[in-house]
Design a protein around this ligand. Structure first.
Ligand SMILES: [Zn+2]
Length: 176
């Protein structure tokens, strides 16, 4: 399956608000992960971190309160959400795909796996929490599908069987 690129699909005001924020720390090797992890407060280390996998295949991380779009430096991603690490040896104990800023499909796991494998970080066989995203074709709201229930929580319409989140088409300009 071809690797899918996920552009930001969240609210424009959040993207604008974080435009000046620093991007996440690029985990280019295991030392980078160890240094970055050690620099986080113990409170931060007790929680999962925000992550994105950039188009270069490199994972970037930031404290949990960070917006994914800030972590990504405003760019499109291959995967995004939260990850928790354990040391000795380094491994990812939990990874999820519930980024409402990017709504990556559950099929983005290979991008996460490749980024962790390249670092030499142990990992689970797949997302530990897997969230299917669907945009309702009736009301256009984005749903997170729970328990395989393909019904829109906003309008009760049936949701599509396959992932279908793309940026909203900009509204047509009225008059000029
Ligand atoms: Zn709906």
């Amino acid at each position: 399956m071809a690797i899918r690129v996920y552009p930001y699909v969240g609210p424009a005001d959040i993207k604008a608000m974080v435009a000046a924020s620093p991007a996440g720390t690029a985990l280019t090797d295991l030392d980078a992960l160890a240094r970055w992890h050690a620099s986080q407060s113990s409170d931060e280390r007790d929680e999962p971190f925000t992550y994105v996998v950039g188009l270069d295949g490199v994972m970037r991380v930031a404290p949990r309160r960070s917006e994914h779009v800030a972590c990504a430096g405003g760019a499109s991603v291959l995967a995004a959400d939260e990850i928790a690490f354990r040391d000795e040896p380094w491994s990812a104990v939990s990874v999820s795909n519930q980024s409402t800023g990017y709504c990556p499909d559950v099929t983005c796991w290979p991008s996460v796996a490749a980024a962790l494998d390249r670092l030499g970080v142990g990992r689970p066989a797949g997302f530990t929490t897997e969230i299917p995203f669907r945009r309702c074709t009736a009301c256009a709201e984005i749903n997170t599908v729970r328990d395989g229930d393909l019904v829109c929580v906003f309008c009760d319409a049936d949701l599509p069987a396959a992932w279908n989140i793309r940026p909203r088409t900009p509204p047509p300009a009225w008059g000029t």
